[in-house]
Design a protein. Structure first.
Length: 214
């Protein structure tokens, strides 16, 4: 739904980015201003602005027939996970030194929900709680540029992360890895937290590669 509280162009951009990165639009599909304008019920001006921003994000390419969906390539995934390895581990180590009891309880609550949905084998909600855990964790680092960068990286791989945690074995291991990270945070062991987060991201990357998700 398009509302007036945020600029129309921003809403169109966020909606299209989310739909492209979640796989709603197939790679190679052509999106035209007219088709999107009719679908979203807005004028072509905000559509044009949103497409320009999506092109800058390298998830579409402008062609003679319209915007061609590029999405995220397998090579992009490798690069994104390499960046996450370095940045997310650093952010988590920073959190170990400043997390409050309230922060710890909020993280524990997220993991309790993740455990519930893992038992239920509810892939959508497993992915949602997995995302919430990471967002909460790096959001506590106190460094806005670092948190913003990690937020953007997570958005780009949402399709792959959901596919990965849809497998029961990986979902269970993800939960166990999150629990271990939380225990290290409680112990205020910054080095261990960083190590565990790096291993967790490596395992997530390897799971995607192993399953040949594309």
């Amino acid at each position: 739904m398009i509302t007036k509280s945020v600029s129309i162009a921003d809403q169109v951009f966020e909606k299209l980015e989310r739909e492209i990165l979640s796989g709603e639009y197939e790679r190679g599909e052509v999106l035209t201003e007219l088709k999107l304008s009719e679908k979203l019920g807005v004028s072509r001006t905000p559509i044009r602005e949103a497409l320009r921003r999506l092109e800058q994000e390298h998830i579409i390419e402008m062609g003679p027939r319209g915007a061609v969906v590029v999405g995220i390539s397998y090579e992009d995934i490798e690069t994104i996970y390499e960046m996450r390895l370095r940045l997310e581990g650093m952010a988590a180590a920073m959190v170990a030194e400043k997390a409050t009891e309230k922060d710890i309880e909020e993280l524990r609550h997220i993991l309790d929900l993740q455990e519930f949905y893992t038992i239920k084998k509810n892939a959508d909600n497993i992915k949602n709680e997995d995302s919430e855990f990471h967002k909460k964790l790096y959001g506590l680092c106190g460094c806005a540029p670092l948190a913003d960068t990690l937020e953007a990286l997570h958005r780009k791989v949402v399709k792959y992360r959901k596919a990965s945690v849809s497998h029961t074995s990986r979902a269970e291991k993800t939960l166990a890895e999150h629990r271990a990270i939380l225990e290290a945070l409680i112990a205020r062991d910054a080095k261990l937290v960083e190590k565990l987060v790096i291993e967790h991201v490596e395992n997530a990357r390897d799971s995607i590669k192993k399953r040949g998700i594309n």
